[in-house]
Design a protein around this ligand. Structure first.
Ligand code: CS2
Length: 496
């Protein structure tokens, strides 16, 4: 019989399961984390848990915060498990490791009690407020890089600072309390896939605060640390199969997390009030994270988007399935070698060719069933962050943009048809889905309409070379040319 995961059963679990080695009763919430999805649980929480097991330093418990109604189910699952959960780490050879993570101490739902969230962030135990709010959560206009004040939630938050909807409202209110109480501020640490994620967070937060309190904005700019970081661990969505697998391992866990063995965290060491010694568990502390984050976003994340959009249209459903097709693997490698790499800076200590080989191995892990619907989710934010900068730099330097132009055209087709090329429905998850569909549908007659969405593509439609390539691929897709045939032609022509 599997044992229900909770404090009482923690030390009765089968011996091969790694459990926290620190005393959970002494945990203090040194970190408040907003956005407790699978990625936070496989990454920051994993590093923090390992750090506390190694050192017994229990001042780095994590209080989770969810700002959306959809977070309630996870809160309930975790609450009934004393905030314990299991991580199922799946190796390519079929072996798995199971680790129970114990560093979560609580889970607050913002809308239920905004004051409690603000007070928890402001509490003197809190040294770090970390964020995994996805690319879209930063509320910037990708074309201008400026905070988007037209968002109705921003207007709401400025009018109702005591009950915000967005993370910036919470951070502003909590930092104000810290300042008014003459306390040092907490560090604000982004864990999202955005270049210069710390700087972006700082810029968005101070722009937001400047709209109603210049003095506080100045205090935040001068006193709060926003370390940039590169984060990496492939973490597919949890499926019922993961729950079943854990039961076979002897654990009854209502919402476990599964992930690959690989993990990387490269962090700039700039923290206002201390941090866990994450470097003791594999994190790299560096002076400048820029080359690492650019490499990861433009190769791994963009590579995912390339496979996700082309694979979905072709009818594949997971990353490993897509990349195990030699044609798609070749197309991905071609994108990485001929478009992404030429505009990357050298990365200290990293051989880019070996890095790309590792990515292909990671993507092919047959036990990580990473669904293309997750990869393609919120593409309206991902394209701007993962792919467009590479395209722009290649257009400026005369580099190749064939693969990227095809992926943009394929995304247009994906957005209007909502079906793969065999007519099977695609699960499209995007806050902008209806707008994308509208522009993509109009693009059947006027192809550039989709590309003229400036908040995603900036000025790309104004580059005739790019616009022509994109329109050509879109026309082929609209005439039902197969994705496989088009990428085969792109790969062949590049060899000519
Ligand atoms: C993925 C990422 O969402 C995406 O598009 O590329 O979630 C990716 O799996 C992680 O960044 C890996 O670290």
């Amino acid at each position: 019989m599997p044992l229900t995961l909770n404090n009482q059963n923690l030390h009765q679990l089968p011996a091969h399961i790694k459990v926290p080695e620190y005393n959970r009763e002494t945990l203090k919430p040194g970190i408040v984390h907003v956005g407790v999805g699978g990625f936070h649980r496989s990454h920051e929480a994993f590093y923090t848990d390992n750090y506390m097991s190694e050192t017994g330093d229990t001042q780095w418990g994590i209080c989770g915060v969810g700002l959306r109604e959809g977070d309630r189910k996870l809160k309930q699952c975790l609450e009934q498990q004393d905030y314990l959960y299991s991580l199922l780490i799946k190796h390519p050879d079929g072996q798995s490791d199971v680790q129970v993570i114990g560093c979560l101490t609580d889970f607050l739902i913002g809308p239920d009690n905004p004051a409690a969230v603000i007070e928890t962030m402001a509490a003197s135990d809190t040294k770090i407020v970390s964020l995994t709010i996805t690319e879209g959560g930063y509320n910037f206009n990708p074309a201008t890089g400026e905070f988007d004040f037209s968002n109705p939630d921003v207007k709401h938050d400025i009018a109702h600072p005591e009950s915000p909807r967005l993370v910036f409202g919470y951070l502003a209110a909590a930092l104000k309390l810290r300042r008014d109480r003459n306390q040092k501020p907490f560090t604000v640490q982004s864990c999202d896939n955005i270049q210069h994620n710390g700087h972006v967070t700082q810029k968005m937060l101070t722009s937001y605060i400047s709209a109603f309190d210049e003095e506080l904005a100045d205090w935040v700019s001068t006193n709060v640390c926003f370390p940039n970081a590169m984060v990496d661990r492939i973490t597919p969505a949890t499926t019922p199969a993961v729950i079943d697998e854990l039961q076979e391992c002897g654990i009854d866990d209502a919402w476990p997390v599964t992930c690959e063995p690989f993990h990387q965290w490269v962090i700039e060491d700039s923290f206002s009030t201390g941090r866990p010694g994450w470097e003791r568990c594999g994190a790299q502390l560096v002076d400048d994270v820029t080359p690492y984050e650019t490499m990861k976003i433009r190769l791994l994340n963009a590579g995912h988007t390339v496979l996700g959009i082309s694979g979905s249209l072709h009818g594949y459903s997971t990353i490993d399935e897509t990349v195990s097709d030699p044609l798609f693997a070749r197309f991905l490698r071609m994108f990485m070698d001929t478009e992404a790499t030429p505009v990357l800076q050298p990365v200290p200590g990293i051989d880019l060719s070996a890095y790309k080989d590792t990515l292909l191995t990671r993507f092919s892990n047959p036990n990580i069933k990473d669904h293309l619907s997750r990869i393609c989710s919120e593409s309206s934010s991902k394209f701007a962050t993962f792919l467009v900068p590479t395209i722009k730099e290649n257009l400026a330097s005369g580099g190749s943009v064939h693969c990227a132009a095809f992926i943009v055209a394929a995304w247009c087709r994906y957005s209007y048809s909502g079906k793969d090329q065999h007519g099977n429905p695609l699960e499209i998850i995007d806050v902008q889905a209806s707008k994308l569909k509208q522009f993509a549908t109009l693009s059947k007659d006027e192809p550039l309409i989709f590309l003229r969405q400036k908040e995603i593509f900036g000025e790309l439609a104004e580059y005739p070379a790019f616009a022509k390539l994109y329109a050509g691929f879109l026309s082929q897709l609209n005439n039902d040319a197969s994705v496989a045939a088009i990428i085969q032609a792109i790969a062949t022509s590049s060899q000519a």
